[in-house]
Design a protein around this ligand. Structure first.
Ligand SMILES: Nc1ncnc2c1ncn2[C@@H]1O[C@H](COP(=O)(O)OP(=O)(O)O)[C@@H](O)[C@H]1O
Ligand SMILES: [Mg+2]
Length: 252
């Protein structure tokens, strides 16, 4: 396995956000992390990157226990997060935002070539490379955020709700890009999404988080078949409490 978390625990004071989560990502896989708002998805990603300090459990990356590593070292070794809300710097140009992805790299010539590749892939970014990022649409900003992540040379790319706030058309473009990165470049991807349907179309495996715990894990078919998904997605509590409740299906 390329990335493994064992019994991970994250607390913010009295909020117990992640409760004994164990999960794996193999090289070349897309693994989706699903669940309602507040289920602990972002906290899990932040703990993997060291932005949230886990108070229990371990994170293993490429066979090494990185639980105590500083975030900067994790990033340098290839764990890259494209955060929720994209975190594009609107006052910087598109080009400058891409360069931010390269801040830990010293091979400047290779960086320039890779930024060239990104411009080839996204002509909309290329055409406005010297404009402030604020001129971009939401979908283009997400492409820029993913492009910036790619410039950091991820071994594992973690995407936190990349389709959030995008129109269905722009979401489709983002999901198509994720699929292409995985299928063509073999990029390992940990994908946090609330768009369950689309994430399960892409993913090799998925985990459903419910109140900080893994309520369900497995291939997409198994997740789709499970009642736990709807319960977690709608935030109505445990699947066993919801069986036979008509509202569970009518609300989707
Ligand atoms: N910095 C923080 N301080 C305190 N509580 C937080 C913080 N970040 C997240 N939480 C809480 O932790 C829980 C999990 O949040 P989060 O990981 O953001 O869930 P998700 O990404 O699934 O929506 C929620 O109850 C949330 O309010
Ligand atoms: Mg989140």
């Amino acid at each position: 396995m390329q990335l493994e978390v064992h019994e991970l625990e994250v607390r913010y004071g009295r909020v117990h956000a992640v409760r004994g989560v164990s999960a794996t990502l193999d090289r070349g896989e897309i693994v989706a992390v699903l669940g309602a708002n507040g289920a602990g998805k972002s906290s899990l990603l932040r703990a993997v990157l060291g932005l949230a300090r886990p108070c229990g459990g371990t994170v293993i990356f490429d066979g090494r226990d990185i639980t105590q590593w500083p975030t900067s070292v994790r990033v340098r070794s290839g764990l890259i997060l494209v955060p929720e809300g994209r975190r594009i710097v609107m006052t910087l140009t598109i080009h400058e935002n891409l360069l931010m992805g390269a801040f830990h790299r010293r091979d400047h010539r290779a960086v320039a070539a890779e930024i060239g590749d990104i411009y080839e892939r996204f002509p909309n970014l290329a055409a406005r490379r010297h404009h402030p990022a604020s001129v971009l649409s939401g979908g283009e900003q997400q492409m820029l955020a993913i492009g910036r992540g790619l410039i950091a040379r991820p071994k594992v790319m973690m995407l936190d709700e990349p389709s959030l706030g995008l129109s269905p058309r722009l979401s489709n473009e983002v999901f198509a890009l994720i699929r292409e990165l995985n299928r063509q470049a073999g990029q390992s991807i940990l994908l946090v999404e609330q768009n369950t349907q689309r994430a399960l179309e892409l993913a090799d495996r998925a985990y459903v988080l419910e109140l900080g715990r893994v309520a369900m894990g497995g291939p997409p078919e198994r997740i789709l078949a499970g009642q736990a998904l709807q319960a977690a997605y709608l935030g109505h509590g445990r699947a066993s409490d919801r069986r036979g409740d008509a509202r569970t299906t009518s609300a989707t």
